[in-house]
Write a protein that binds this ligand. Structure first.
Ligand code: DAH
Length: 343
């Protein structure tokens, strides 16, 4: 009986290794193994020599061998079509490949990248920071101590109270984190998402995006701030753009100013978008407050700096002619696909 078992095992090894390059070879396989005078039949014929008490056990082994051979034949039949092995015939290596569908860039990402690339040309590096922030980095270090009335300018989502954790209300937290690292000079541009507890409408949302800028070195002046932002405005909105600064208030800068650009739609004549003023407000800025520098361990007698912050949604609305800020976060592919060929 041992001999019979060995024979079956050898047959199996041979069958397993067999490959057919065409239908003819598959047919030869069938005749050799499964034909009326085939080897499977011969082996099955050995049953009569098996003692009665072993018949059940061997019956199973032989049946299993037969099924194994039949399955192999089916496989060979499948893989040989039109006189050749299918893997060889069905693949046309000269056909162009299927395109892998790639997504489109989101208009907010497009606008962010545009802004970043302008400042990168001036030597600004990109820095990022956390969206879940502690009170100190988002407010206190920025010269907004507890109970400071200016905290009400930004309606905050708290994640936890005492100690306070919140969703950052602006990207100014990144300034603080970079200054704390203590590596000077600093020249960074900080894009990111920010959150405020505001009613969602076509014009405002409970989350949006900002880009913050910070430049700290010896002898940085307001003239540097103006020149940098003027360069930005010209690159972004065209060389005929005009800029103007209006005095403003931010706790973290002194003096502070808001910058307007001449309305690119009506060229300053007055239209609905600029509310007939001819000007569009695009960013807040100022000279970094000495308290902010010392809060971060930088000597305000040695170093000065300027900072600015701007929203990304608004320029994106203007640039792409979009009239509802909610479209940015609705993930409607019909909207998003329109930015296929934008850079
Ligand atoms: N953090 C301000 C805001 O969200 C924007 C801002 C204004 C940032 C002036 C600055 C700055 O860095 O200097 O409204």
């Amino acid at each position: 009986m041992q001999e019979l078992l060995k024979q079956i095992q050898d047959h199996k090894t041979e069958i397993e290794a067999f490959t057919a390059i065409d239908e003819k070879a598959a047919e030869e396989f069938r005749i050799k193994w499964l034909g009326t005078k085939g080897l499977v039949k011969t082996i099955m014929g050995e049953m009569k020599n098996v003692p009665n008490e072993k018949k059940k056990e061997f019956g199973q082994i032989l049946n299993e061998f037969k099924q194994f051979t039949e399955a192999k034949y089916e496989e060979l039949k499948q893989s040989t079509v039109n006189g050749q092995q299918s893997t060889a015939s069905n693949i046309d290596l000269t056909l162009p490949g299927d395109n892998i569908p790639v997504g489109t860039r989101h208009p907010i990402s497009l606008m962010t990248n545009r802004i970043i690339s302008i400042f990168q040309r001036l030597g600004f590096a990109v820095a990022e920071g956390p969206e879940i922030e502690d009170d100190w980095h988002n407010f206190t270090a920025l010269n907004l101590p507890e109970h400071h009335p200016a905290r009400d300018m930004q309606d905050t989502f708290y994640v936890q109270q005492n100690p306070d954790w919140l969703l950052r209300t602006h990207t100014s937290n990144i300034q603080i984190r970079e200054m704390q690292k203590g590596k000077l000079p600093i020249r960074i541009i900080c894009p990111g998402r920010v959150y405020r507890n505001e009613t969602v409408s076509a014009r405002s949302h409970c989350f949006f995006h900002q880009v913050e800028g910070l430049y700290i070195d010896e002898n940085v002046s307001f003239a540097d701030l103006k020149q940098t932002l003027y360069f930005f405005a010209k690159e972004m909105y065209g060389s005929d753009v005009k800029i103007r600064f209006r005095p403003s208030y931010f706790p973290f800068t002194e003096p502070s100013a808001e910058m307007d650009i001449s309305c690119m739609l009506c060229k300053g004549a007055g239209c609905n978008v600029c509310k007939k003023t001819g000007w569009l407000e695009i960013l807040g800025s100022g000279m970094v407050h000495p308290n902010v520098l010392s809060n971060c361990g930088i000597d305000p007698n040695k170093y000065t700096g300027f900072a600015f912050g701007m929203g990304i949604e608004r320029p994106a609305l203007l640039k792409y002619g979009i009239n509802d800020i909610r479209l940015f976060s609705e993930n409607d592919v019909r909207f998003l696909k329109q930015f296929m060929n934008y850079y």
